[in-house]
Design a protein around this ligand. Structure first.
Ligand code: ADP
Length: 589
């Protein structure tokens, strides 16, 4: 990694490489062009001078044909032309110099001179070289006229050199072009380079999982458009991925918190996903403990599921539907519903639901209905019996009639109480949101109850001690809070005995809850009843309860009332040692 980074640092940026390679190509091309053009220009200049001298050669030939005094003709000719230092040589077909005006007497054979050789081959030729005879440098131009070579030459002096100077404008032009190209190319590659380095920066961020925060701005060109598209595509894909993983997360959370055991497997039986309850439930069902969800198929209670999978997975048919199989297992006091769903790709899920509670609930509902019917039957049939007696015995004394009517009245009062309690419990069960909420001052509420119960308490010589430090006030439902304390008072008055003492104590308070205890030092109840007294229609002593007008619903209402106020209740008692209820109530629900 470190090495790669170091390499990255030493690397020439793409834009610079692009720039230098294009520029080098351009430069190479320009140099070639310059060389070519330079050569052409030189040839052009030399051709021009050669033409002038070639023309002189013809004129000299023509003039020498008219007279024998060549010397005079040549001097005359030089008079007429601007190049006063023109050297004229006439060579015969054998290479012998017939005439030369340079003043040299001795000449060797001239057929080996390069311009002469060219002229013999092509009728004309030129050369720039040092003279073999004079030792000076000349521009020679030779013309072959009927085997005789007429040769005009100019010494390599500043004049000749100026004539042969090539026009350098094209060099300046190319230099200017190169400069312009340099700037245009550098601007162009800089812009590409900027886009590419941005894109690279973006890619690096993506690779290192650093989600780029800053918005990338790309130039308004094709490369910019492509880059923008890449970034947009990335963001879109990232968003989709995030959403997907969030959904997955939710799903996994859902499974973890679900009340059912759940596991998903591949077609080969490898676990994809499972929650804690799955293995826990399988272990409740199985006689042998399993450690991981993948061992589920070894449990013999799940045999039907195993058979179902064995039958359907090998017969894989893409056109088949999603298949289901379910089995109910009654084991260790619990009832489980095990369901298997086989998907089209042969992966499958198994869910295990503990339906014991549902079963229990429906059993309790059935029992409750029976209880309600039974409870209603008693007062109704009593009332019916008394009324029948009155109707069928018209000769009854007023006293007796009054007695039966009073019995009827007390039974109907009991009936009303029963119906009221049932209705409160129903509302708590089905529509607890219907209870109004308000600030309820507990000391004030207990004061009212004490006032209402004072007559009964006096009769039974019941005293009370109220310890409510901090003036507890609850934001809750008045009538439910009233029912909680009222039922506890009524029960103590009804069952605890005479000459006893009630203690209401708010023994603790935390930021959210008040902790209450309600105790008496009366007869108490034996331990086996403690766990059941909060059940609906449960009574310790049925006969006694009915006699004192109890419905068997009082503590059930207390418990539900406490639960409505987000609290918990429990009871402690032993015969002869009184009864204590501990409960919490949330300050604000
Ligand atoms: P009931 O309508 O019969 O009073 P509850 O649900 O209020 O029904 O009470 C259930 C049973 O708990 C009563 O039948 C009674 O035997 C017993 N009980 C309740 N409170 C006390 C108490 N303070 N002392 C003794 N027994 C009690």
């Amino acid at each position: 990694m470190v090495k790669v980074e170091a390499e990255n640092r030493n690397r020439i940026p793409f834009s610079q490489r692009l720039f230098w390679s294009i520029f080098a190509m351009f430069l190479g091309f320009t140099v070639c062009f310059l060389l070519f053009q330079y050569q052409r220009e030189r040839e052009f200049a030399q051709d021009k001078l050669n033409n002038v001298l070639g023309n002189y050669n013809y004129q000299l030939f023509r003039r020498t044909q008219q007279t024998n005094d060549i010397n005079k003709v040549v001097n005359q000719f030089i008079e007429d032309i601007p190049q006063k230092d023109l050297r004229v040589t006439i060579i015969d077909p054998s290479g012998k110099v017939l005439f030369d005006n340079s003043g040299i007497e001795e000449f060797n054979n001239h057929n080996d001179r390069s311009e002469v050789r060219k002229a013999r081959l092509y009728n004309e030729g030129f050369a720039i070289r040092s003279s073999g005879s004079t030792g000076k440098r000349y521009f020679y131009s030779a013309t072959n006229i009927g085997g005789y070579i007429y040769r005009s030459s100019l010494p390599w002096d500043p004049y000749t050199q100026r004539v042969l100077t090539i026009n350098k404008d094209f060099i300046y032009f190319m230099a200017l072009m190169t400069l312009i190209f340099f700037f245009v190319l550098s601007r162009f590659t800089f812009s590409i380079g900027r886009t590419i380095s941005k894109l690279r920066d973006f890619a690096l961020n993506v690779e290192n999982d650093r989600i780029p925060q800053n918005e990338y701005v790309f130039p308004n060109d094709e490369l910019g458009d492509i880059s923008k598209n890449i970034v947009t595509l990335y963001h879109r894909q990232r968003k989709a991925k995030d959403e997907l993983s969030m959904e997955r997360e939710k799903l996994i959370k859902h499974f973890q918190y679900a009340k059912e055991g759940f596991a998903m497997f591949t077609a080969e039986g490898r676990e994809i996903l499972s929650n804690i309850l799955f293995v826990q439930f399988v272990n409740v069902i199985s006689d042998n403990q399993i450690r991981q969800s993948e061992d589920v198929m070894e449990v013999k209670e799940l045999e039907p599921i195993r058979l179902f999978l064995n039958k359907n997975i090998p017969n894989s048919n893409r056109k088949r539907k999603v298949l289901r199989e379910s089995v109910t297992v009654d084991k260790n006091g619990k009832i489980f519903l095990i369901e298997c769903i086989l998907f089209l790709d042969n992966s499958y899920e198994i869910s295990i639901n503990d339906i014991s509670r549902q079963e229990e609930e429906s059993r309790m509902k059935r029992q409750l209905t029976q209880n309600v019917a039974h409870e209603l039957k008693t007062p109704v049939s009593s009332i019916q019996g008394y009324l029948e007696t009155i109707i069928s015995n018209p000769e009854l004394t007023d006293e007796k009639r009054q007695f039966f009517l009073e019995r009827c009245y007390s039974q109907s009062t009991r009936l009303t109480g029963l119906l009221r309690d049932i209705s409160v419990l129903n509302r708590l069960d089905e529509a607890s949101e219907m209870f109004d909420l308000a600030e309820v001052n507990i000391p004030k509420l207990i004061g009212e109850i004490e006032k209402e119960c004072s007559k009964d308490m006096e009769e039974k010589k019941i005293s009370s001690e109220i310890i409510l430090p901090g003036n507890p006030t609850i934001y809750g439902n008045y009538s439910l809070l009233y029912s909680i304390f009222r039922n506890l008072y009524d029960n103590t008055i009804a069952y605890a005995g005479e000459g006893i003492k009630i203690t209401v104590n708010c023994y603790k308070e935390d930021p959210k809850y008040y902790y209450f205890s309600f105790s008496d030092n009366g007869v108490g109840i034996s331990e086996e009843h403690i766990n059941r007294i909060f059940e609906r229609f449960y009574r310790v002593d049925k006969g006694r309860s009915r006699k004192v007008g109890g419905t068997g619903l009082g503590l059930s209402i207390v418990k539900n009332g406490v639960n409505f106020h987000k609290g918990q209740i429990s009871a402690k008692s032993s015969p002869g040692k009184g009864m204590t209820f501990f409960f919490t109530l949330k300050k604000k629900i």
